[in-house]
Design a protein around this ligand. Sequence first.
Ligand code: HEC
Length: 128
Amino acid sequence: MLILFTVAFLAGTVSLSLFYIQTEKRTRVAAEQATGGHAEAAQALMSHYGCGSCHEIPGIAKANGKVGPSLEGFAGRAEIAGLLSNQPNNLVFWLREPQKVSPGNGMPDQGVTEGEARNMAAYLYTLQ
Ligand code: HEC
């Protein structure tokens, strides 16, 4: 009886984690299709550009800055910096040229390329 229970419990745990992994993968694929970027490149790019010194970004090492808003749940936001609707091309524009979008705001232009912005945008849209 105990063995049966243990087996059933393990099977349940395994299928639940598979479900979880699949949902995560589906979210990533959708984010990558929407942006044309690769989410797995974001960790290296975000640490190169120091995004985490100003933002909390879940899943990115040492990203616990408090200068800008936390990017937790970013995919669900309606707007970017309260100015642009939260669409992939607007996010790419923001990441490349925040000073053009909102002159004088606290996020500097850092020479982010289009491809780099798409990779970071793909990651940001996985943050549900
Ligand atoms: C020097 C600090 C600083 C750095 C570095 C920085 N940001 Fe920002 N970021 C800000 C500030 C401040 C805002 C808020 C701007 C506003 O609302 O006017 C912001 C806004 C944003 C937003 C919009 C958030 C929202 O909820 O509307 C995103 C997305 C973002 N930053 C991503 C990044 C990424 C990715 C990087 C690295 C390439 C980065 N930031 C680097 C300070 C920074």
